[in-house]
Design a protein around this ligand. Structure first.
Ligand SMILES: [Zn+2]
Length: 203
């Protein structure tokens, strides 16, 4: 649990989050989950990962496996919202799903860790940076004492392995930019078509 390779991986994941002032407990937890999954899965030709939540978990996965959103080897199904991930072989879908097993977290021995997963930490953890940092430290310490003992895992077969199709590109007559268009009749991008926007033009 405390081996140097693990700690290196944790640091690497934190580096992805260098803009964040808090050393989030989800990072060592996520890295440990990946390592457990890979230990059980064994060597595979083409590794893929599915994350069932975003935030720390995905940074931990990207730092430890090189599977990223960009190379599409990391798929995020955060609509599920469970603190869980699946590492699998992209050639046949055989995989190991690792999840946080609440039954294995002792609310008496590791109270802050227990509250962390139930989102029941003190309210000031949300508003006060010092309280947040102190809680993060405590959760991490409690987790490090337990390590992977708080996880469970199962064999799974990941479905729908076929490659994402390469979408055709159109050039929008409005903005002149090219955009990928799946099943879109309009020649205009959705911003110029006023169907979606996330910014306003400013002088
Ligand atoms: Zn446009």
């Amino acid at each position: 649990m405390h081996d140097s390779e693990f700690l290196e991986q944790v640091e690497k994941a934190y580096q992805l989050r260098s803009k964040s002032p808090i050393r989030a407990p989800g990072i060592p937890i996520g890295v440990a989950m990946v390592n457990l999954g890979l230990d059980k899965l064994g060597q595979v030709k083409k590794l893929g990962v599915v994350a069932e939540a975003k935030a720390c978990l995905t940074d931990a996965i990207q730092a430890t496996t090189g599977c990223t959103v960009g190379n599409k080897y990391l798929i995020i199904h955060d609509n599920i919202g469970r603190y869980a991930l699946t590492v699998y072989d992209r050639t046949d879908g055989r995989g190991v799903r690792v999840y946080v097993d609440l039954k294995k977290i002792d609310a008496k021995k590791t109270p802050e860790l227990h509250k962390f997963f139930l989102r029941k930490r003190a309210p000031e953890v949300r508003t006060d940076m010092d309280a947040r940092a102190a809680s993060a430290k405590l959760v991490t310490e409690e987790f490090m004492a337990c390590g992977r003992n708080i996880f469970s895992w199962q064999w799974v077969r990941v479905k729908n392995l076929e490659k994402e199709e390469i979408l055709p590109v159109k050039v929008c007559p409005g903005c002149g930019e090219s955009f990928t268009s799946a099943e879109r009749d309009s020649q205009y991008c959705i911003v110029c078509a006023k169907e979606f926007d996330y910014y306003m033009s400013e002088q």
